[in-house]
Design a protein around this ligand. Structure first.
Ligand code: ATP
Ligand code: MG
Length: 426
């Protein structure tokens, strides 16, 4: 009989990895809260039309990456490929954007039918932040500062901030014409993807990942030469805010985002430690989106980060991926098991942060010690007939080369554990 495998590009996050995910998620939550962002929880499925109208028909996502299906009523639904559209939909639907500002974040799986490779999956996880109702560069700078703080809190150093301005839609239209002229004159050098984009969405050619296209793109006219005065002032102000806070950046005039809805500020955090999939966080301003989806004329700006790529960076930096127990309680014999169960419960009462694994399933000392070792615990708490009779517990370091076994009254075990130099203080 055959066994089942996960869908290609969709990963299980195994118990040996989930502790690192939890720590990353906790740091994200704390950092977002430090800036006054509130969580919004959104469905995984939306009407297909929502994504087509917000992300844009001629984008990679809508063109070829969506998981779209008809439900039993025949409505066309899509597994969300990103979070901005659903967040905007929810805010409009619940009237959260009338004469008020919002700072929101969301987290969860996204789905894109891409070619699976390192850092690129078909189900992947994003944390995104969106800020509505604020048109100035101060909120753009805040979002960038928030992400910069996050890298510091995570201890990630090899990340570079790139910023650009896409200008107003009128400025972009003028630039688009120049770009079409340029690429049309050198059509023979365009790869197949870019030839297709030349007609449909020429700005996206700048986003090409094909190294063969690099020189051609480098010589293309620069969007920054076509900025309207308003966007120009916005971009300069953003840079001065970043300078004031000591946030370093590179202006990359070729930076365009893959989604249609952006205007003015766009930014990406890039690392050279992950190979080809080096963008860990990407965002920008989308002032027209809410109105385009039928809401009030509320400006918006946001970012999304890919958690798999952050996890890969943290793991490469040697961050432990699992949280082994602090202690493993070994109890051989029926009486010792009874006393062991009671002692474990008491210790958890006294030390709520203690990770204590109680040996279950019986067996002799030797087998139980093997399990204790395998658990990764730093200490073994040992109860045998003698200890039960005396009301004591033996404590044996399992990792440290030095320090021998001690025997204490059971009532002193909590104080001993608190004082022991455990890796994560209790
Ligand atoms: P790329 O150019 O790498 O395809 P994108 O422009 O499609 O990225 P966004 O839609 O801006 O990416 O998503 C924001 C972030 O989410 C990316 O910077 C990346 O970290 C992550 N991400 C996007 N697609 C995937 C994927 N298929 N697998 C894993 N992470 C992803
Ligand atoms: Mg993509």
């Amino acid at each position: 009989m055959g066994t089942f495998q996960a869908i290609r590009g969709m990963n299980d996050i195994l118990p040996g990895e989930s502790a690192l995910w939890q720590r990353l998620e906790a740091t994200l939550r704390e950092t977002l809260a430090a800036y006054g962002y509130q969580e919004i929880r959104l469905p995984l499925v939306e009407k297909t039309e929502l994504f087509a109208r917000s992300i844009g028909e001629v984008t990679d996502i809508v063109d070829k990456e969506m998981y779209t299906f008809a439900d039993r009523n025949g409505d066309s639904l899509t597994l969300r490929p990103e979070g901005t559209a659903g967040c905007a939909r929810a805010c409009i639907e619940h009237g959260l954007l009338h004469n008020q500002t919002q700072r929101l974040w969301y987290a969860g799986p996204m789905f894109r039918y891409e070619k699976p490779q390192k850092g690129r999956y078909r189900q992947f996880h994003q944390v995104g932040a969106e800020a509505y109702g604020m048109a100035g560069p101060d909120i753009d700078a805040e979002l960038i500062g928030l992400s910069a703080r996050l890298w510091r809190r995570l201890g990630l150093q090899q990340v570079v901030l790139q910023i650009n301005s896409l200008g107003s839609s009128a400025a972009r239209a003028a630039y688009r014409e120049r770009l079409v002229d340029y690429f049309t004159a050198r059509r023979a050098e365009l790869d197949e993807d870019s030839q297709r984009r030349l007609a449909a969405n020429p700005l996206r050619i700048l986003d090409s990942k094909n190294p063969m296209m690099r020189a051609l793109i480098a010589e293309a006219p620069s969007l920054l030469d076509y900025l309207d005065p308003d966007s120009q002032a916005h971009f300069e102000r953003l840079q001065s805010l970043l300078d004031a806070a000591g946030i370093t950046y590179e202006v990359n005039p070729r930076l365009v985002r893959g989604l249609d809805y952006y205007c003015k500020t766009v930014f990406e955090w890039v690392t050279d430690t992950l190979g080809a999939q080096g963008t860990i966080c990407a965002g920008g301003r989308y002032d027209g989106l809410i109105e385009q989806l039928g809401g009030p004329a509320a400006p918006g700006v946001g970012f999304a980060m890919g958690l798999e790529r952050l996890i890969a960076m943290l793991a490469a930096a040697g961050r432990p991926t699992a949280d082994p127990p602090h202690a493993y309680l070994i109890a051989a014999g029926e009486e010792a098991q009874r006393a062991g169960f009671a002692l474990a419960e008491r210790l958890r009462d006294q030390l709520p942060a203690l990770r204590l694994q109680l040996h279950c399933g019986g067996g002799g000392f030797k087998a139980q010690f093997r399990r204790a070792d395998h658990s990764g615990a730093q200490l073994a708490l040992i109860l045998g007939e003698n200890e039960v009779a005396a009301g004591t517990v033996a404590i044996k370091p399992l990792r440290a080369a030095d320090g021998g076994q001690v025997t204490l009254p059971q009532g002193e075990a909590a104080a001993y554990l608190r004082a022991a130099a455990l890796e994560h203080p209790l």
